[in-house]
Design a protein around this ligand. Sequence first.
Ligand SMILES: Cc1cc2nc3c(=O)[nH]c(=O)nc-3n(C[C@H](O)[C@H](O)[C@H](O)COP(=O)(O)OP(=O)(O)OC[C@H]3O[C@@H](n4cnc5c(N)ncnc54)[C@H](O)[C@@H]3O)c2cc1C
Length: 422
Amino acid sequence: MPRGGDNPEVQFRMKSDLRNELGESYEATLAEIAKRAQFYDLEGRFPTENMQLLHRNGLLAYCVRKEFGGLGAGPGGDVGLYGRIIEDVSAACSSTGQALAVHGTACAAINLLGSRDQIRRLSEEVVSEGAVYGFFGSEPTQRFTKDGGRPGYDAEVRRAPGGWIANGQKFFSTNSMGAKRFLFFAMSQADGEQGLAVPIIAVDAPGVKVHDTWDNIGQRATSSGAVDVKEVFVADEFMLGRPGAFSQVSPVLLSSFQLTFALELTGIARGGLDFTIDYLKNHTKAPAGLPTLGHDPHVQGRLGEMAVLVEATRAIVERAVQAVADADRDPTLAAIAHRRVLQAKIQASDAAIEVGTRLFQICGARATTRRAGADRFWRNARTLSLHDVVDKQRAAVGRDLLGLEGDMGHVLASDAQRTNTA
Ligand SMILES: Cc1cc2nc3c(=O)[nH]c(=O)nc-3n(C[C@H](O)[C@H](O)[C@H](O)COP(=O)(O)OP(=O)(O)OC[C@H]3O[C@@H](n4cnc5c(N)ncnc54)[C@H](O)[C@@H]3O)c2cc1C
């Protein structure tokens, strides 16, 4: 499919267009996932039923190219569709949204880096079997730079006959309890093949040990525990590109990766607003002389304020989605796109946490019962917004305005002049 399609208007699909494209099953899928959100939050385990449901309705293959049976969403395809699906699923259940987003990022990386045969084989697993992928970069020993960059990885690969041997420890490994395979970021020092390598490893390969340790306060069903890889053989056909190739990959992949967090956090804010409306209509006691708490003008005002916050956040995130779609067609727009994505991530982080707090102000003390499940929005926003330090992202936007360079993977400063007028 052409990169980004021909018509920019088509890039950003509104919900009604998507409903037409995916049919009634899209809304029904979201409704079913939303019904299970509280259950999975309490259970804190991988949302297998939701991922299977997404698979049955074709949505797990959203980032698989159309020619291989997918929906063709994501960088190199339809970025608007990518944004819509991640935000909608996250609004229904933010853990499922993150699981789907990480899987989609892995599929997008395969599309950008893989050989045609690799893309075909790996896409086939997603389309026909419902295979889920992980994207394992983070390491317990890793230190970030002051600008949020990753100076390196302790995980390693070395040459072996017919392939590679991989070793390393990962943590915060989303989907680790539900994935079939994962992209494993590791350094190669092999002769003539040095740099960051991305072998694709099967979760059940000899030498892989997944630790079901994820018990964090939010995003509890993402199964983001630890994974050990010890002397695992990876055949050449499962090495994604040559070592060093990932660092050369389109900057749009990095931007779209950060965009997923803006979308997921916007989904959490939307979910919190939906929860608040439902609670006011159905679950709370009415004040004296009023039919429901929602008839109280103070509550109405607070709700209106929350809705404006959510809509403003959606607008800035939609702008970022459009910018990434534009940069996908025209790489000279990559710096603008990345700036818009960081702005959207900053706004969505703040808004999701705010909604998670304000909904208690509106719904009142009864909403603090565990049964109500209102606390999951704040816990999810608080946890997810720590993925890539948002203060460093604020600083990157500030640096960009000042025309200074940083090491966040993009030289935003080269575009500083345009920032001042954008
Ligand atoms: C829910 C969730 C799911 C995730 N899933 C994945 C995944 O699937 N794959 C993956 O690869 N990773 C994943 N991550 C991990 C993520 O990419 C980071 O590795 C992780 O958030 C780092 O957290 P940290 O507390 O170790 O470090 P940080 O967040 O970097 O640091 C903790 C604190 O130290 C401060 N700090 C850090 N470095 C500096 C410095 N140089 N100067 C000044 N202050 C500093 C920060 O401001 C922050 O307050 C996930 C994270 C979350 C929250």
